[in-house]
Structure formats: C-alpha cells, structure tokens
Design a protein around this ligand. Structure first.
Ligand SMILES: [Mg+2]
Length: 276
C-alpha cells in the first residue's frame, strides 16, 4: 500500500463490490458496511462525489431508488451508467441511428437521453453505430445483425468490455463482454467501451464533478475497470478489497493497474486520503 500522492478533491465510486453487492440476476442489493456513512461524511465535508457503474441494465432514475432502499444515499442525478456516457459519445460522433443489443432498460435509458435506437428485430438498415450492453437474452440473430452492421461500417460501441463483476455469489461475468467477443471475432473490429476504463468515462466523470482528472479519486474493486482508468487518465486510484479483488491480488497488479492506495472498504476512505 502506498499513500496517495495528493488528496483527491472529489470521488467517483463504483457500485458492485464498492458500495453494494447484488445477486447475479441483479434482483436484490446489499449495502457494503460503512458505505452509507462514508457518503454522508463526504457530504458533510462538502466533497463532491458521483457513482459510475459499468452496469447498463437500468436507467439511473430506476436504479438510484433501489440503492436508496438499501440505505445507499445516491440521488438520481449523481448516479451514472455507461448509457449516460454512450449518449454523449453518440451525440459527439453525430451517429443518427443506433442498433442496440440490450434489454428494454438499456433502450429506455438511451432514448431518454435523446438517442434514436433500433433493435435487431426492427429496421436497422443504415444504422451508423452498434451499441452492445446488458443483454442476457442475446440470440444468434442479434449477433448476426450487429456483425453485418459493423462490417458495413457502423461504429462498434459497448457499455463494458470487462469480463467480470462482483456479486453476492462471487464473481459473475459481463454479458456485453461475451457478445463483444463474438462480434469482434467475426468482424475483426474491436469494440470501443463507453464505460470504465475508457477515456470517455474518465472525462465524463471529471466533467460531472467539475474537477481536473488529476484531482479525482477513482474508487473501485476492479483492476481493469477502475484502476486502469485511473492510471491511464492520470487520476488517483483507490482500491477496495470489499469486492472481487483481494489485498494480495492488488499487490500483484502490473503498473498499468496498480492503485495508489488500497483500503478494506470505503468506510476508511476519508481518514486514509487525508480528508479527516
Ligand atoms: Mg465493481
């Protein structure tokens, strides 16, 4: 463990393994002990924070109340998902028709953010981007439609290309990563993630916090999702051992995913980062 090089001016928190543990079907949540108190403490100190999950199954306005039901005090407007970032990437890229491989919750979230979505069952001819997200019922015709679109030149975006996330039953695998693998294998085109650890996500976080990236503390349980994003972006990486990565596993990370600080859970955050 190292002492962080500087005190963060604000924080981004991961959800699964950092603030909560869900079950594999995302049907129920347990708060991680100390998480609620840590967030209240930051509010008392006037330190800004947001939550960014790589889970894309729900819109923030659907998921945030479920977090509050288990005591995690996350307002709707401080919870973000890869769909939030994707809407910005799609707008910035000028993409007008997006083929979505995801649940209705994914499509609802994107449409609320102004994205013109089509499904593999609909008229997706001429789509200029494909977006692959949480899609537990993905079928081979869905993959076929995505491959054809990418081969025709559509941009290949995805919520997450991280293989695992922490649940109550242990680590579970990310469906979008599996689907991305199928499409990439067929087309030879690699996906561009909008969630962690992408530069899109890091810039989005800093912008939401109103801070420079180097002043953001990125707090999470996953080396590839949060610590790689912090390292690549120049933020402060703060790892927890309450999720999918043990203290021993953190110590063995390569430099590209090594945290600045390892804590047991976010209950230790304020004291260990010099905020008191
Ligand atoms: Mg996590």
């Amino acid at each position: 463990m190292r002492t962080p090089p500087r005190t963060p001016k604000g924080f981004m928190f991961d959800l699964d393994g950092t603030l909560i543990l869900s079950n594999r079907k995302l049907g129920s949540y347990d708060a991680i002990p100390g998480a609620a108190e840590a967030l209240h403490h930051l509010d008392d100190l006037g330190v800004p924070w947001i939550a960014l999950t790589n889970g894309s199954a729900y819109a923030s306005r659907v998921q945030a109340p479920r977090l509050r039901d288990v005591g995690i005090p996350v307002p709707d407007d401080r919870l973000f998902t890869p769909n939030s970032v994707a809407a910005k990437v799609i707008a910035d890229g000028g993409y007008e028709k997006v083929l979505v491989l995801g649940t209705q919750g994914v499509t609802d979230a994107l449409e609320e953010l102004g994205v013109n979505c089509v499904s593999p069952d609909g008229d997706h001819k001429g789509c200029d981007a494909v977006y692959i997200a949480w899609h537990p019922d993905c079928s081979m015709p869905d993959i076929h439609a995505a491959c054809e679109a990418v081969l025709d030149g559509a941009a290949f975006l995805t919520a997450s290309d991280v293989p695992f996330f922490a649940t109550k039953e242990g680590r579970s695998f990310g469906y979008s990563c599996a689907i991305n693998g199928a499409v990439a294998r067929v087309t030879g085109v690699e996906p561009q993630p909008t969630g962690k650890p992408s530069a899109h996500a890091m810039q989005f976080v800093a912008s939401q916090l109103g801070l420079a990236i180097e002043d953001v503390g990125v707090v999470g349980d996953d080396a590839t999702a949060e610590m790689q994003m912090a390292r690549e972006g120049g933020a402060i990486g703060i790892a927890v051992t309450s999720g999918s990565t043990s203290e021993q596993e953190w110590a063995e990370q390569p430099a590209s995913k090594m945290p600045d600080l390892v804590i047991a859970n976010i209950g230790e955050l304020a004291a260990r980062t010099g905020l008191g």
